[in-house]
Design a protein around this ligand. Sequence first.
Ligand SMILES: C[S@@+](CC[C@H](N)C(=O)[O-])C[C@H]1O[C@@H](n2cnc3c(N)ncnc32)[C@H](O)[C@@H]1O
Length: 239
Amino acid sequence: MSEQSGPTLQDQFAATNGDHKSLWEALWDDGTYLPWDRGQSSPSLVDLLNDHPSLITPSSSSPSQQLTSLVPGCGRGYDVLLFASHGLKSYGLEISSSAVTAARQNAKTSGLKPELYNFLTGDFFTDNWEAEESNTEIPREFDVVYDYTFLCALDPSQGLREKWADRMAGLVRKGGVLICLEFPLYKDLELPGPPWPLREGVYRGLLENVGFVREMYVTPKRYLGSGEGSDMVSVWRRQ
Ligand SMILES: C[S@@+](CC[C@H](N)C(=O)[O-])C[C@H]1O[C@@H](n2cnc3c(N)ncnc32)[C@H](O)[C@@H]1O
């Protein structure tokens, strides 16, 4: 995590005219203040995948099929590489091209086969995503989508939570799963973001409304960062 002596993330977002995408890009372009970057995947996700391998295993009817995963707002891509390390064809999406560059650099040091991961530049809310190679075929639906520190990075006063849920319903294939590491559940609802505070009922209301059924609700064995003792993992199956 980087140190900051100037305005906090919340101050900087409050000072915009609502154009948060440009601020995310500016933060990544500057690269000196990325307080959300923990340098690794959350052990809560690591444990979930190890303890529940069926979530990321092809069905017995097509055992040789390679599953796909997507991490929206992937930052440096630690979680993308975690899914890739389990053999999924893994995609990370970032609004910031500087973040994508950083993720590609980071991936090179992972030792994973490059065909297992792909970092895309684009806006989660549009279909206009770009890969490094222009002829890359980008899936429009995924078997597994993971959200951590992405929903909470979207300003609820801009109506983005409902749009997030609608978009997730379009991106997770029928029968696929959305895994949410729910954060920050501890944060006072009156406090400004990012991260904007969330609650279990907010995830449930949003996702049940667009055809997801919660299949698992897990108290993590291990945590990373300020969600320690309060984060929860939810797994949502698209009907
Ligand atoms: C709080 S950061 C979390 C990054 C990463 N998940 C991590 O834990 O290190 C949120 C990320 O979402 C990205 N982002 C914000 N809005 C986006 C959008 N509409 N589409 C794609 N990425 C977006 C930002 O650039 C930022 O890197």
